[in-house]
Design a protein around this ligand. Sequence first.
Ligand SMILES: NC(=O)c1ccc[n+]([C@@H]2O[C@H](COP(=O)([O-])OP(=O)(O)OC[C@H]3O[C@@H](n4cnc5c(N)ncnc54)[C@H](O)[C@@H]3O)[C@@H](O)[C@H]2O)c1
Length: 437
Amino acid sequence: MRVAMIGSGYVGLVSGACFADFGHHVTCVDKDATKIARLRDGEIPIFEPDLDRLVAVNVREKRLDFTTDLPGPVAEAEAVFIAVGTPSRRGDGHADLSYVHMAAREIAAAVNGFTVVVTKSTVPVGTGDEVERIMAETRPDADVAVVSNPEFLREGAAIQDFKHPDRIVVGTSDERAKKVMTELYRPLYLNQAPMLFTKRRTAELIKYAANAFLATKITFINEIADLCEKVGADVQEVARGIGLDNRIGSKFLHAGPGFGGSCFPKDTVALIKTAQDAEAPLRIVETVAAVNETRKRGMARKVAAALGGSVRGKTIAILGLTFKPNTDDMREAPSIPLITALTDMGAQVRAYDPVGMAQAKEVIGGIEFASGPYDCAQDADALVIVTEWEQFRALDFERLRTVMKQPVLVDLRNVYRPEEIEGFTYHGIGRPSDPKG
Ligand SMILES: NC(=O)c1ccc[n+]([C@@H]2O[C@H](COP(=O)([O-])OP(=O)(O)OC[C@H]3O[C@@H](n4cnc5c(N)ncnc54)[C@H](O)[C@@H]3O)[C@@H](O)[C@H]2O)c1
């Protein structure tokens, strides 16, 4: 099948490369000429494990190419995916659909013959209707079916997630479109990945409901962690104790500094707005979003508490800047409000991240960047683990103790156990700080 992927970011590039790997011919389109030039030069503009290999193989096999020219590949395609960004709209938090609408207009002008137009971007309920309306307005003669096919991949494990999804959700009532979608995903279908056909609006809502539920789970365990600290319980054991119950499940029960990233923050807020507009407010999700924002800002106070209440004039070493490991994505990373608050409170901040430094430098100013964990910890009063990169899981604490001014560890991801860290004052999340406690 011939596929055009409009938008070649985290989702478009991974989806495009995976569809090509299934044997389809995919052209990834992007407005960003620099991005396309880099891709054509064999360079991957984002960090995603194994993506370089997958792209290289499929380019070599001539199943995958890149262009800034939208009309050409769209005219040839049987399926056109919209995978452009849907950030938070400034001011009100609704999803900004301007990129989706713009792509819809450009696609409508270029389609040729029956074409399935698939929205992969995360879009509010009813966006498919609007895309259909734009198509009909731009090209009344166009023969298109507008389908919702939300994406559930996680950055850092995106290829694995795309190729081994828990489910594939397809929102359409059009029989021709169902056939095309089944054919596109056939290799996964054969592997028994459940394909869930729903109405378009239902598919759109499934994506938001899934993200809101996961965000709720994280926020729930984060608040339980706060309670654990007050009552002398251990949140990791609580999480294990409840997670072993199949009705609850063990995933997304890791207490930490609050959720960030390119999806949860904007998607929870967009869902809240949709629900308010529909006069069916989601009060649980509203609370989740508010609690999470407060939590992210509150992490700096935790660092201050570890240093006796103030960070003024102190040097704080931050390990990990990206919103999670194995990605270079800095969108809504908890490190940003933490560092802002620490500098506001008078601290000197030095930070290190294994792959996110270039992106971090674009969004965080006024701090020093280090070349490695030990360089980062030099003369620091506290070392704060913010992102649980693999390389921070086996730090040499003896060496750290010799380079730091004070041996204080604030472990916002509970990577270590207090009793493992000799000679350090340890502060985790939701656990007694004193190992004998
Ligand atoms: N990143 C994730 O983990 C993830 C997971 C699931 C769903 N999503 C959703 O997928 C969508 C895309 O997210 P992303 O993280 O890949 O975004 P991104 O910002 O990395 O990529 C979007 C790309 O679209 C391009 N673009 C915008 N308008 C265009 C147009 N008219 N024509 C061609 N290209 C255009 C941009 O230049 C950019 O490269 C969002 O709706 C997001 O919510 C993201």
